[in-house]
Write a protein that binds this ligand. Structure first.
Ligand code: KMH
Ligand code: ZN
Length: 294
């Protein structure tokens, strides 16, 4: 990881936790999401981590909306489209598994149950195995979400028992600073980086720090050879007393840090090559949603 020449920048623009009423800048419609995706790609993002909302801006895993979202993002951008299989803490396992039916190129796959504020984000071992093996069968590249150090050991167990993910490359995302998970500190990034060395050769990681841990986590990740995830799913305050104005503001800041670290953002094509995600060339896109409807 230390030899990384560029930086993967993932934007997580929406999440499932904030309401549009509280955070008007949150992209919740398909048009808002596509416009955000295009602008973030132009700034230097290469992956978009997607949660969607219904007509009332509430989190949903509606299959039709998911398919239309995947199709619109693939048609309008070169970004790698990563659907969240985590959804909201209230989503049942069956709906979370069905996210894979919407045909994303990547999907998240959380490596264990974690307290999540006052809630519980449930990820049973059997459910993790189901997600991992279905993604292998369908050619979907996972991003393994890690909320606590021990979840890296769970990932080691998963890969040992069920084999490498589709594409053969292992990529994890450290989600730090969730109340109930690991803290968003340099020490925690360093502990995870050490544990990642026990995963298959070439494993890459990105990191995101929730709330005010966003800056320390970003700096620690870059210095440890990691990549960056930013966005309004995780961060709503840009600086003390200054609400985030847009996802673009957070991506622009991440790009600035990556450039200062002399690891400029990877293009989506470079990110695909690194992560083993097939090309987004029009000839290789699946017939889904918008394209199929034309
Ligand atoms: N919304 C959280 C309960 C993921 O996207 O995979 C889960 C989450 C993780 O955001
Ligand atoms: Zn998410």
């Amino acid at each position: 990881m230390r030899g990384m020449t560029g930086t993967l920048i993932t934007v997580a623009p929406t999440g499932a936790e904030s309401s549009k009423a509280d955070v008007p800048a949150l992209p919740v419609t398909l048009d808002e999401l596509v416009a955000t995706a295009k602008e973030c790609e132009a700034l230097g993002a290469s992956i978009i981590h997607v949660h969607i909302r219904d007509a009332d801006a509430r989190p949903t895993l509606d299959q039709g909306r998911l398919r239309a979202t995947v199709a619109a993002l693939r048609e309008s951008t070169g970004l790698i489209v990563q659907l969240s299989s985590g959804g909201a803490v209230t989503d049942p396992e069956s709906d979370r598994l069905a996210v894979l039916d919407a045909g994303p190129e990547m999907a998240s796959c959380t490596m264990g149950t974690v307290n999540f504020g006052d809630d519980v984000f449930l990820n049973r071992w059997e459910f993790i195995v189901d997600l991992h093996t279905r993604m292998q069968e369908r050619g979907i590249v996972p991003e393994y979400e890690i909320f606590d150090l021990g979840q890296l050991t769970t990932l080691q167990r998963l890969l040992g028992k069920y084999g490498l993910p589709f594409g053969g490359h292992v990529h994890v995302d450290l989600v730090m600073g969730v109340p109930g998970g690991m803290p968003g500190t340099t020490a925690a990034v360093a502990a995870c980086e050490q544990a990642i060395r026990d995963l298959p050769e070439g494993t890459t990681f990105s990191a995101t720090g929730v709330g005010r841990s966003t800056l320390p986590v970003m700096l620690a990740s870059l210095s440890a050879g990691g990549h960056l995830r930013v966005g309004m799913e995780d961060t709503l305050t840009y600086a003390k007393g200054r609400p985030v104005e847009s996802n673009m503001q957070l991506v622009a800041r991440a790009v600035g840090f990556a450039q200062l670290a002399q690891r400029p953002p990877y293009t989506p094509a470079q990110a695909r090559e690194l992560l083993g995600v097939p090309s987004n060339h029009p000839d290789r896109r699946p017939e889904t949603g918008l394209k199929a409807a034309r």
